[in-house]
Design a protein around this ligand. Structure first.
Ligand code: CUA
Length: 318
């Protein structure tokens, strides 16, 4: 339990995907522009809806009206036409201007050299998280220190995905053969919930992401744990799991699925689809399609004995 606390299990959870409660700089600037856009478009709505309601009421049919006679028609008023052309153009330019400023301020913030760099790679349907400066590879949870920014390189292994942790930063797509950038600087330690925000196939909705923001010394402790290799296991290595999964320090070097070296340090399995408990882990390995239909992890039709050995070994990967 002490270990788990060090890994952030006791951190407060920001489960609500709420853009109105920003807790990092990019989300904060996007929150301000969202308020401005809402205010402008809200005012337009009130004016237009008000005029419609007034017109319906003012020019309704009254007793004694001649139903066959057209009401008086208005043609070609230059004043009216100039007004309803110029005013919307001005409004659109204001919206473009403030949006461009916020986009530039978020995108052009270049990272100081000592800033933590993370490569986030979208897969159907999970997130690969790499720390090139630490030699760490993990999945579905991005651990970052508070009090400094983390710079994210966003890539995709297959189709277009989208990184979105509403309280930390707006959406940025992960596009094949291209690298996009984003950054986050969570102010408070906690677990921030996010998800894939671009439809990417059957299990798009179960492509969940957590950002675990920790005090800098807790982050260092986590990173040191993650850098350790795992013990080998002969029974596991004889199975085809190793052709898709890497376990650092063992012959398992598959690249297709998530790195499992410290599987038990994560909160969930299957990219947030199920909690990481012993029973769920057993069910998941036994029949991944039951928990996450369409998942690219096949059922290996393991015997009960093999399943027991695999699960025991995976549970040792702290
Ligand atoms: Cu990945 Cu939607």
């Amino acid at each position: 339990m002490a270990l788990l606390q060090g890994l952030g299990a006791a951190l407060p959870e920001h489960r609500v995907a709420n853009i109105f409660k920003p807790l990092a700089t990019p989300a904060q600037s996007e929150y301000h522009i969202a308020l401005l856009v809402l205010a402008i478009t809200g005012a337009i709505f009130v004016v237009v809806a008000g005029l419609i309601v007034y017109t319906i009421w003012r020019f309704r049919r009254r007793p004694g009206d001649d139903a066959k006679q057209e009401p008086p028609q208005v043609y070609g008023s230059n004043q009216i036409e100039v007004a309803w052309t110029v005013i919307p153009i001005l409004i659109v330019f204001v919206l473009i201007g403030v949006s461009a400023r916020v986009i530039a301020s978020v995108q052009n913030a270049s990272p100081p050299p000592q800033m933590l760099k993370v490569t986030l790679i979208g897969h159907q349907w999970w997130w690969e998280v790499r720390y090139p400066d630490y030699g760490i590879v993990t999945a579905n949870e991005i651990h970052v220190p508070t009090a400094s920014a983390t710079y994210l390189e966003l890539q995709s292994a297959d189709v277009i995905h989208s990184f979105w942790v509403p309280q930390l930063a707006g959406k940025t797509d992960l596009i094949p053969n291209r690298t996009n950038y984003s950054w986050i600087d969570p102010r408070e330690p906690g677990v921030y919930f996010g998800n894939c925000a671009e439809y990417c196939g059957t299990q798009h909705a179960n492509m969940l992401l957590r950002v675990v923001a920790q005090a800098p010394e807790d982050f260092k402790r986590w990173a040191a744990e993650q850098q350790k290799p795992a013990a080998e296991n002969a029974a596991f290595q004889s199975l085809s799991c190793v052709s898709c999964h890497t376990i650092k320090g063992t012959p398992a070097k598959g690249k297709f699925g998530p790195d499992l070296t410290h599987l038990m340090s994560r909160r969930t399995l299957a990219a947030g689809a199920i909690a990481n408990t012993a029973e769920n882990l057993r069910q998941w390995v036994k029949d991944p399609q039951a928990a996450k239909p369409g998942s690219l992890m096949p059922s290996l039709q393991l015997t009960d004995q093999e399943l027991g050995q695999v699960v025991n070994y995976l549970e040792s990967l702290q």
